[in-house]
Design a protein around this ligand. Structure first.
Ligand code: TPP
Ligand code: MG
Length: 366
């Protein structure tokens, strides 16, 4: 096709992007796959995945008893969350989270008791992230965390640190303008950031097919000038491998990567949602066949590294750890109205001082 002497090429075929996978749903390895994960590391991954699932059950039960606030489970996405987080070095790398990757930030050093206390509404002390924990606060405003991630990565690069930033986003959140702005700038700056997109097929009740016309979220990276990869998000070994490669690229100064982790939300969006109103139950049944935890257990069992006894012991120790965190969370102080004004400004501006005085009934401070 020619237009004023300029050749215009039209892309008529859908570009293809390879989807990485290592572990089959039956626990065997994909033909030719050579996982670079030692036995102990895989056992640690499984423990974190079980911790995520068991915490989901506990938090949902507490919410139903009126003891916990709105909660978004990770259920079904444990391999995606744990595999990506374990590719990071908590001592120097950063996580800029969304809200569906609880165990990623816990594994990175954010104490579970504090996150549980926030869930219980005991927010005043608990929201303070301890010094030295390289995690930014949970972000509910979709994609608003991504420009922060790019800015943080740029700052670390300017300081000549060898740190990498990993940030999480959902399929739905990737339709926000902030997604485009953050990825575009990260590409221009070659910022050391990994964009980890959990495509769990749902944005509350909006299915993936209504979210975008692109055949692959990962393909979008080409438009920003850096690599995009697809991975089976229910395969912890594959997620860990692509995340490790992306972290290495970023650390080496080669810039960002967009990872699309293809998974399935095996629960409600959060405790206020009822998916039976919009989800085809056969889809959920199919997803159960690809359960990310069962897959690792089958694999370890085939290799003689897992038994019923070990399963029972691991779950008991995870439950004890969660119980201790929940017990400690319940001792955090409940918020007072005055706390609304704390932990934001070093020195309160006049307007905010006036509002505080008004709320606390202390007359009108000028
Ligand atoms: C800017 C903005 N718009 C709308 C919402 C309401 N909202 C909260 S979660 C959500 C769906 C997000 O879906 P996705 O990005 O796929 O993440 P998931 O919850 O599936 O992990 C929506 C629309 C919001 N929090 N922020
Ligand atoms: Mg989603």
């Amino acid at each position: 096709m020619a237009h004023r002497g300029v050749a215009i090429f039209m892309i008529t075929t859908t570009p293809v992007i390879a989807r990485h996978s290592i572990l089959n749903p039956d626990g065997t390895l994909v033909k030719g796959a050579k996982p670079k994960v030692g036995d102990q590391l895989l056992l640690d991954m499984l423990r974190w995945m079980l911790m995520s699932r068991i915490y989901d059950e506990r938090a949902i039960a507490l919410q139903r008893q009126g003891l916990y606030g709105v909660f978004s489970p990770t259920l079904g996405q444990e391999a995606s969350v744990v595999g990506s987080a374990m590719a990071l070095d908590p001592a120097r790398d950063w996580i800029v989270p969304q809200y569906r990757e609880l165990m990623a930030v816990v594994r990175h050093g954010y104490p579970l008791e504090r996150l549980a206390a926030i869930g219980m509404g005991r927010i005043t002390e608990a929201t303070r992230i301890p010094d030295g924990v390289n995690v930014l606060p949970t972000q509910v405003a979709l994609a608003a965390q991504l420009p922060h991630a790019t800015g943080l990565a740029w700052g670390l690069k300017l300081q000549k640190k060898d740190s990498v930033v990993a940030t999480y986003i959902g399929d739905g959140g990737s339709s926000e303008g902030d997604f485009h702005e953050a990825l575009n700038l990260a590409g221009v700056l070659r910022a050391p950031v990994v964009f980890f997109l959990q495509n769990n097929q749902w944005a509350i009740s909006t299915p993936r097919r209504s979210q975008t016309a692109t055949p692959s979220f990962a393909l979008r990276a080409a438009g920003y000038g850096f690599p995009g990869v697809e991975v089976d998000g229910n395969d912890v070994l594959a997620v860990y491998q692509v995340a490790t490669e992306a972290v290495q690229r970023a650390r080496a100064g080669d810039g960002p990567t967009l990872i699309e982790s293809i998974t399935y939300r095996m629960s409600f969006h959060n405790t206020t949602d009822n998916p039976s109103l919009y989800e085809d139950p056969t889809e959920r049944d199919e997803a159960r066949q690809r359960d990310p935890i069962d897959r690792v257990i089958k694999h370890l069992t085939l290799r003689g590294l897992w038994s019923e006894e070990r399963d029972g012991e691991t779950r008991a120790s995870v439950r004890a750890e969660i119980d201790a965190a929940l017990e400690s969370a319940a001792t955090f102080p409940s918020p007072e109205p005055s706390h609304l004004f704390e932990h934001v400004y070093a020195e309160l501006p006049k307007r905010v001082r006036r509002q505080r005085a008004e709320l606390l009934g202390q007359g009108t401070e000028s």
